[in-house]
Design a protein around this ligand. Structure first.
Ligand code: GDP
Ligand code: GDP
Length: 439
């Protein structure tokens, strides 16, 4: 089930990032606390009234000539195209400015759900000039204070109220849902065309009959796949399409619906920060992943180049060392045939379920080999281990005292579990819980 996307839109200095951080801040506890996982807050995962969502602050879109109206307009257009609900933020102290009015008009015409937030209403007793803000045409404004954390719950109540109904899964269990994510121009759409053009790939006849079809189903060697959100890979010449925020938002949109994310990197340019943000999203979303180094035809190379590049990937993406790496060329189709077998394997491991007795045996052996360290005379005892979910495989360790579990020991156990069962291509989540009487 895809998570709704919420975008915060507004001119600079109204307090977008302050409010974003406030919403994101509460969630940080559930985001995996591991070294290497990017902490850059381009987006955050939130939850309110049991609905999960992703939120992005569209601020800071740089469009080259830093002309205020143009960049604010680009942000609004991106939100209109990509978000499910838009939070339109204005400054309650400054009142409505021409830039606000411009954004309002764009949002008004687009017909997407908009929640108007008047920020910097710091004193809860103070009234906002409701009439002024009503005139923007989005109904009753929600008065908030980002710095004091006031009204944020009311804002989220309204936002969640606009979320689409949770939808039924549209593809069968045996269909592997694949998405290609990456910066602009790394070759995502070229790869889609190259994959679909491969021998033995049969593109379903109904795909492509409607020009705006979002997904492309195909079959290869009897395995059914669907490429998620191929429409989003077509360029439409929008001003924001080369921005990092857009790449991340696009990735969020398609990743939620996918089983396997192909993280496409431009082999001629190497790894940049933006690649990490995009990959980090796949990881945090718990999806299977394969690194695809594209344009390998255009890389000047000797017999060590591939190995060196792979090593760089391992250094930059330490948190994803489970993801295999493919070096391909969409242009020459070099090694492209290796890609789908990696996808198959990653998808299979992502859905793998390990019998409880086997898990317990492996963990017992690991503990015997290397017992948990003691802490002030107390030692962690693992009573029982069980896999509670797939996609991704999620394992719970029931222990005497969860606070005695250290990150490095958990890592050790994860490595032992991976050694025993494979799990290549998929993240594995491990939680430590206190053993209760019933368990
Ligand atoms: P953005 O450019 O829209 O992301 O705005 P920022 O979040 O960077 O905030 C711009 C300025 O407004 C900063 O100096 C914030 O401290 C201030 N600010 C943000 N929220 C509030 C608020 O609720 N009350 C007041 N008084 N100032 C705020
Ligand atoms: P997207 O923005 O990620 O969808 O990237 P495109 O598929 O539009 O490709 C961006 C540019 O890279 C285009 O000029 C492609 O022709 C080029 N390109 C894509 N794949 C390859 C490749 O494997 N080798 C080379 N040399 N160029 C490629």
């Amino acid at each position: 089930m895809a998570k709704p996307i919420v975008a915060i839109v507004g001119r600079p200095n109204v307090g977008k990032s302050t409010v974003f951080n406030r919403i994101a801040g509460d969630r940080l506890a559930i985001v995996e606390d591991r070294p290497g996982v990017t902490r850059d807050r381009l987006y955050a995962n939130g939850e309110w009234l049991s609905r999960q969502f992703s939120i992005i602050d569209t601020g800071g879109i740089e469009i080259g000539d830093d002309e205020l109206l143009r960049s604010v307009r680009a942000q609004a257009e991106m939100a209109i195209d990509e978000a499910d609900v838009i939070v339109f933020m204005v400054d309650g102290k400054a009142g409505i400015t021409p830039a606000d009015a411009e954004v309002a008009e764009l949002l008004f015409r687009a017909g997407k759900p908009v929640v108007l937030a008047v920020n910097k209403v710091d004193n809860p007793g103070r009234q906002v000039d409701a009439y002024e803000f009503y005139s923007l045409g989005f109904g009753e404004p929600v008065a908030i204070s980002g710095t004091h954390g006031l009204g944020i719950g009311d804002l989220l109540d309204k936002v969640v109220g606009y979320f689409p109904e949770e939808q039924e899964e549209e593809y069968g269990e045996d269909v592997i849902r694949v998405t290609l994510i990456g910066r602009p121009n790394v070759g995502k759409s070229s790869l889609v065309n190259a994959i679909l053009g491969e021998e033995r790939v049969i593109v379903s006849p109904q795909a492509g009959t409607t020009r705006d079809a979002v997904d492309t189903p195909f079959t290869r060697n009897g395995q059914q796949y669907v490429l998620i959100d191929t429409a989003g890979m077509r360029k439409r010449g929008k001003i924001y399409e080369n921005t990092e925020k857009y790449s991340v938002m696009r990735a969020m949109r398609s990743i939620e619906r996918a089983d396997v994310a192909l993280i496409v990197i431009d082999g001629t340019e190497g790894i940049v920060e933006q690649d990490k943000h995009i990959a980090g999203y796949a990881h945090e979303a718990g999806k299977a992943a394969v690194f695809v180094v594209n344009k390998w035809d255009a890389v000047e190379k000797d017999d060590k180049t591939m190995q060196k590049f792979a090593q760089k990937i391992r250094e930059h993406f330490q948190f994803m060392n489970y993801a295999p790496i493919a070096f391909v060329s969409a242009k020459t189709k070099q090694r492209l045939h290796k890609l789908l077998p990696l996808v198959d394997q990653a998808a299979e491991n992502h859905a793998m379920r390990i019998a409880t007795h086997m898990l317990n045996d492996v963990v017992a052996d690991a503990v015997a080999l290397n017992p948990p360290p003691t802490d002030k005379g107390r030692r962690l005892r693992i009573n029982y281990v069980t896999q509670v979910a797939v996609k991704p495989p999620t394992i719970v360790l029931f222990v005497n005292e969860p606070e005695l579990m250290h990150f490095s020991y958990e890592r050790y156990l994860e490595n032992k579990i991976r050694e025993a069962f494979g799990f290549e291509g998929t993240p594995v989540r491990i939680f430590t819980r206190k053993k209760t009487r019933e368990e």
